[in-house]
Design a protein around this ligand. Structure first.
Ligand SMILES: C[S@@+](CC[C@H](N)C(=O)[O-])C[C@H]1O[C@@H](n2cnc3c(N)ncnc32)[C@H](O)[C@@H]1O
Length: 184
């Protein structure tokens, strides 16, 4: 079995989720923190008459188009998010470090997020998602499956701590494609 990660599994649903939840304004700026070749937002731009500007970040160097190359964690603190309407985190994992860093460095009130939440094949959860919920490393390591089986519920509880109590999503097994808007 191949363990190559597929950049665009469930592409249709990812597009659909974003198209349905675009802001009402005509000109939209997107910060795409896991852009790969930028196919997702290229496709969305073709499917709407809104004018979409995309600022792309991608850690791999062989991708198409113009983007900031490197680990998005390196860029998050210094990016100016003032004019950004949408933050897209279409990662291969659970982008808790990115979410924590965005909240730590920026005022994200009113912004729309699109996030891909994928539990790894072994189902492990990042301890930094659990600790704010009162689950210590020791508790987690004692009986990880107890927590791993509740990964999505725990992620939603983590978001509640950030003031997000309402998410819309598509689910395919342990993959969740979600969106939320941060309250003003
Ligand atoms: C699922 S793909 C994204 C597909 C993309 N949305 C598109 O339109 O084709 C995930 C991408 O995120 C990139 N990535 C993962 N972690 C990253 C990080 N910490 N910083 C920057 N890029 C990252 C990967 O290299 C990969 O290209």
């Amino acid at each position: 079995m191949s363990n190559v990660q597929t950049e665009n599994s469930h592409f249709t649903e990812k597009i659909d989720l974003r198209l349905i939840h675009l802001p009402e304004k005509q000109k939209i700026t997107v910060l795409d923190l896991c852009s790969a070749d930028g196919k997702l937002w290229n496709s969305i731009s073709r499917l709407t008459d809104k004018k979409i500007t995309v600022i792309r970040v991608e850690k791999q160097s062989d991708k198409k188009g113009i983007y900031l190359r490197g680990n998005n964690l390196k860029f998050i603190p210094s990016l100016d998010l003032h004019d950004i309407d949408i933050i897209d985190l279409d990662s291969f994992e659970i982008p808790i470090r990115q979410l924590d860093e965005i909240w730590r460095c920026h005022d994200v009130r009113g912004k729309i997020f699109f996030v891909t939440f994928i539990q790894s094949i072994y189902g492990g959860l990042p301890i930094r998602m659990l600790e704010p919920l009162g689950i210590t490393k020791k508790m987690y390591n004692t009986i990880p499956t107890l927590f791993n089986n509740k990964g999505w519920q725990l992620f939603k509880a983590y978001l509640v701590l950030k003031g997000i109590d309402h998410v819309k999503y598509y689910q395919f097994s342990k993959k969740y494609y979600l969106t939320f808007k941060v309250k003003n």
